[in-house]
Design a protein around this ligand. Sequence first.
Ligand code: ZN
Length: 232
Amino acid sequence: MWPYFFIDYWYIVLVIPAMIASLIIQGIMKSTYKKYSSVYAGAGVTGAEMAQRVLREQGITDVVVTETGGELTDHYDPKNKVIKLSSEVYGGRSVSALGVACHEAGHAIQHADSYFPLVARNAFVPVVGFCSGISWFVILIGIFMNAELMINLGIILFASAAVFQFITLPVEFNASKRAVAALRSSGRLSEEEISGTKKVLTAAAMTYVAALAASLASLLRLILITRGNRRR
Ligand SMILES: [Zn+2]
């Protein structure tokens, strides 16, 4: 039984292709981001200035925009109400920088609006790591004890990761939609520049779709191998 938990038929057929697809999509995302990082937007403002402008327009005054280290580390921290932008985005004036900055501002607006998928996702964050972390342990105990209920519980715990990835999708797509709308209403970007930011944000959103596909592949594999095990 043991080797089946590491490399098995379903791992090769489901999990490895999903992982390869994820890597390819991440590569596309990075190259799209890089490409539009060298395309300067005529707006002439930095990512940080654009994010602040979007927040102001939405009447949000309690969110701070700060600079953080690393590349593609941009995120919104709902706990401290801080938009953290990587240096390239914070001080950048490119199509990529403005798109990413407005996307993060989009998350801050979602937070201020109590946008339901974001609220649900944030509630899920503390439990999902724990649930998927102990899932294999619970499944193995279930198999040793031959307790079907325990195995099913383990699968449900494991499935929490896929549920989390699933809730993440509307959050990400909606933040990008808000970003494009904000950039358009600012009136400072040409349609061509806006279409560039759309490409960058769509490529980024695809990485979340790929992550969900990878989670589902792992879940399906788990169901198939535990079912095979029960038959034996
Ligand atoms: Zn996002």
